[in-house]
Design a binder for this molecule. Structure first.
Ligand code: ATP
Ligand code: MG
Length: 334
């Protein structure tokens, strides 16, 4: 099976590393189709986009017509055999790049799929990465419902259909989770051995793998950040403090809870932590709240351990990475 090439950091190209179980899951979805849209969520930078790009190439190789949408990166692909549909899509993308109405493009997929199936029964994949910001969070659930309708009530019959959606955004998970229109599937940071393979690929002198593992918890984006910031952890933490707006007032307001959560994120579970604090931690993508049972069935790739105090993983609540936790600790100290 072909592994895609990824630009990991400026000047560093790697192939898609590890995630063996996730790749086997793609093969399963390809064989049977997804009976509902699979909505993948997980820590920011854990590798959802890389995985969906790998999935789209695999599904194409397995005989699927593939629509791939990634509005944030302005990447839109229609790898389909039907040249009329391909032209329609390319034209639509061109116009959308001019007026930036990404939602329209996401919606157009419904018509294009119908157009393909009108001519012939086929295998169709729709892969939508971070579309919810583009179409509006308030429309996220309706969009997923549309995708489900495409699977359950197609106007023309299909051979198989696979719908994969990713979001790194805690709020959209909640919005979609309220309905039974999707299979919500978490994906965690990379497992240790796989992450080590990625670490080995980085050139130049570097800190020990154990240090890098303890800092990042296997998050490839944080690995990239460390690499481009010449392994200066302080700078990477500072950046998180700034981008997440972990201000003195934020720290003062929630001090006691945050101090406990930095020691053990599970302090935020079942102990009456204020909803407003939880909402803020979720919206800022600092924690994953209400973690799933670690039965691999519910996960994409391997689930994280039940508990890992060193990495900030609790049974129900986990810091997205140790660097996120460190940023909160820093805010509390300042
Ligand atoms: N399995 C992998 N093999 C090699 N590189 C990877 C792998 N997974 C992720 N990466 C790299 O790690 C970085 C972060 O990954 P990616 O952008 O896919 O994460 P993400 O979960 O989509 O992040 P976000 O939440 O910001 O959307 C990227 O540079 C990507 O190329
Ligand atoms: Mg992404």
């Amino acid at each position: 099976m072909k592994r895609i090439r990824l630009e990991f950091a400026p000047g560093v190209e790697t192939e898609f590393v590890d995630r063996d179980r996730a790749l086997a899951q793609i093969t399963e979805w390809a064989e049977r189709g997804t009976w509902a849209p699979v909505v993948i969520f997980g820590p920011e930078g854990c590798g959802k986009t890389a995985f969906l790009r790998q999935a789209s190439v695999m599904l194409r190789d397995l005989g699927y017509d593939v629509f791939y949408l990634h509005p944030l990166d302005r990447v839109f692909l229609a790898e389909v055999d039907d040249s009329d549909v391909k032209l329609l899509f390319v034209d639509l993308v061109r116009r959308t790049l001019e007026d930036e109405r990404w939602g329209r493009l996401a919606m157009a997929v419904f018509d294009l799929v119908r157009e393909i199936l009108k001519k012939r029964r086929r295998k169709i994949a729709v892969i939508a990465d971070d579309v919810f910001q583009a179409i509006g969070l308030d429309k996220a659930a309706a969009y997923v419902k549309g995708l489900l309708n495409m699977i359950e009530h197609p106007v023309y019959s299909y051979e198989n259909i696979a719908v994969l959606v990713a979001t790194s955004e805690g709020v959209s998970r909640r919005e979609i989770g309220r309905h039974r229109w999707a299979e919500l599937r978490p994906m965690w940071n990379m497992p240790k051995e796989g992450f080590q393979q990625l670490y080995e690929k980085l050139p130049g002198p570097k800190p020990s793998f154990d240090d890098v593992w303890r800092w990042t918890g296997g998050n490839p984006y944080m690995l990239r950040e460390l690499y481009v910031k010449r392994w200066d952890v302080e700078k990477v933490v500072e950046e998180v403090v700034r981008t997440k707006e972990l201000t003195a007032d934020f720290a003062r307001r929630w001090g006691r809870w945050l101090e406990e959560a930095v020691d053990d994120p599970e302090a935020l579970w079942g102990r009456g932590a204020p909803q407003e604090l939880l909402d803020e931690l979720i919206a800022k993508n600092l924690v994953v709240y209400n973690m799933y049972d670690r039965d691999p069935y519910f996960w994409v790739d391997q689930p994280p351990p039940e508990r890992d105090p060193e990495l900030g993983i609790g049974k129900h609540v986990a810091w997205q990475t140790p660097i996120h936790r460190e940023a909160v600790r820093r805010a509390l100290e300042n």
